[in-house]
Design a protein around this ligand. Structure first.
Ligand code: HEM
Length: 485
């Protein structure tokens, strides 16, 4: 029998239960990488956890051997009892996940994104207005921006108010998923002891089943409500082009199965886009606060391309003229690492790599944090330095160093929203750089309070709320934000 990859020493039976931590798990994983190498194995009561700590091994295994590295963990509570099992991020690898991925690659392929550019551009000004209206609620403004954009791109539903009923419904379900159903990494007692799902609902210890029944209803409603609205709009001839309307109006029509896939695939994108976009935007602010010289340089570049003040809001056509803004975007992705261990894939067969056995059923984590903090590839990796992406290098090196090749995960479960993010988050940053003065919050005596970010999450690298002052950077910028034309 071949040995497993090395890793921290386990206890008998319970394995590495004492090594696993809930906060910033990627830091522990990266310490193990330093000690044990590119592939680290540990187990918790027999459940294998494998960390792939370099671009090389993640590509070799998750990309090249995707046929066996693309399942997700079976989650009884989230998937079965709460009804989220058909959401793309939770679907087991097989016909359903392949059909869902095909639909997403149709609607969110690189080629399909320019069609959404007008929509993305028209969401920018309302976002900036929301920031100015509630400067202490930046997260709320990004949430509203990403949520509104999502409902528009996916369902063709335009959100004009914060209490829009579709927004409220999908937000409610997203909150349930993030803060209740999967808040502890998605693992409940019933996931470890599946027979618990057969407990009668009324038993005192079966509170989780009663909760799950309520949450399932909420989740199903959030799937049906916007979807039925698109169908009604198609029926009355008022549907605007969107992910759903395009797929639903295919000339050959759709089977019941296709409809089921479209409906669940559409719904999956909302929750998947929320924490990730918010986290990325928060890191952008943290970077601009910590490195004001890069903020100034990006603003000077925008002024020189668009006219000072700036002369107008940036557009996608301006992108080639803004290489420093481009570098800020890439460096933010690298520095932020919004999902540092990506989402675990489940290995469906025993595998052997470089003389080590990786057992079937292991959960495989791509340690994106370790990859993007590798000093060999990114010298002084903790420093936010957009210049690293301005250096002239050959195409192969540029591709290898581009963080966007890794922050979206690997293989057949790689983020299907990556091309949308490439446009929507770039314009979000460009618009903020163009119009906002980003400076530290001040205390009662007027002294600046530089934020020290705190992370207490195990999946997303979302900082706890921090203070920041956001103001228009000029009268001209204020007018651009407020102007309706
Ligand atoms: C900055 C923004 C984003 C980042 C950093 C990000 C990152 C990720 C990562 C790391 C994964 C896991 C990949 C893996 O398992 O290997 C993922 C999955 C996913 N993302 Fe994103 N994402 C972002 C935005 C979005 C957006 C805007 C959408 C939808 C429009 C989206 C839809 C999804 C879906 C549906 C999955 C599950 C894919 C599957 O399981 O097959 N994401 N994302």
């Amino acid at each position: 029998r071949l040995p497993y990859p090395p890793g921290p020493k386990p206890w008998p039976v319970l394995g590495n239960v004492t090594d696993v931590r809930a906060n910033e798990f990627w830091l522990a994983a990266t310490d193990w990488a330093k000690e044990h190498g590119e592939i680290v194995y540990l187990h918790i009561a027999g459940q294998g956890l494998v960390f792939l700590n370099s671009i090389r091994v993640a590509t070799e295994l998750m990309d090249k051997r995707g046929a066996i590295y693309s399942d997700r963990a079976p989650l009884v509570m989230a998937g079965e009892l709460c009804g989220a099992g058909d959401m793309v991020a939770f679907t087991r690898y097989g016909p359903v996940s392949r059909r869902q991925r095909r639909l997403m690659s149709l609607g969110l392929s690189k080629a399909s994104i320019p069609a959404y550019h007008p929509l993305i551009a028209s969401s920018t000004r309302p976002f900036l207005r929301n920031v100015l209206a509630s400067p202490d609620d930046f997260v709320g403004a990004v949430r509203r921006y990403a949520g509104g954009l999502n409902l528009n791109v996916v369902y063709g539903l335009e959100v004009t108010r914060n209490d829009d009923p579709y927004l409220m419904k999908v937000e409610g379900a997203t909150d349930l998923l993030a803060n209740h159903i999967t808040s502890g990494g998605g693992i409940w007692a019933v996931d470890i002891l599946p027979f618990l799902k057969h407990l009668p609902d009324w038993l005192p210890g079966a509170g989780f089943k009663r909760k799950a029944a309520i949450w399932k209803k909420e989740i199903f409603e959030s799937v049906d409500f916007p979807y039925n609205a698109v169908k009604a709009n198609i029926a009355t001839g008022t549907a605007v082009p969107s992910f759903c309307s395009t797929l639903l109006q295919q000339p050959d029509g759709l089977s019941e199965l296709d409809e089921f896939d479209v409906k669940w695939t559409a719904n999956s994108m909302y929750a998947a886009s929320m924490d990730t976009t918010i986290t990325t935007a928060q890191h952008f602010l943290l970077a601009m606060l910590a490195y004001p010289e890069h903020l100034k340089r990006a603003q000077a570049e925008i002024d020189s391309a668009l006219g000072s003040g700036p002369g107008r809001l940036p557009t996608f056509e301006d992108r080639p003229m803004l290489p420093f803004v481009e570098a800020v975007f890439a460096e933010t992705m690298r520095w932020a690492v919004p999902v540092p261990l990506a989402l675990p894939h489940r290995l469906t067969e025993d595998d052997v790599f470089e003389g080590k056995l990786i057992p079937k059923g292991s959960l495989i984590f791509a340690n994106v944090w370790a990859m993007l903090r590798d000093p060999e590839v990114y010298p002084e990796p903790d420093v936010f330095n957009p210049e690293r992406f301005l250096e002239k290098v050959d195409d192969a090196t540029a591709r290898l160093r581009d963080p966007r090749g890794y922050v979206f995960g690997f293989g057949r479960r790689k983020c299907p929203g990556a091309h949308l993010v490439e446009s929507s988050v770039w314009l979000l940053f460009a618009a903020m750089l163009a119009t906002l003065d980003i400076s530290p919050a001040v205390d009662a005596e007027g002294h600046p309070r530089h934020p020290v970010p705190v992370f207490d999450n195990s999946v997303f690298r979302t900082p706890n709320p921090f203070g920041v002052t956001l103001r228009p950077r000029s009268e001209q910028a204020r007018r651009l934000i407020e102007d309706d034309t």
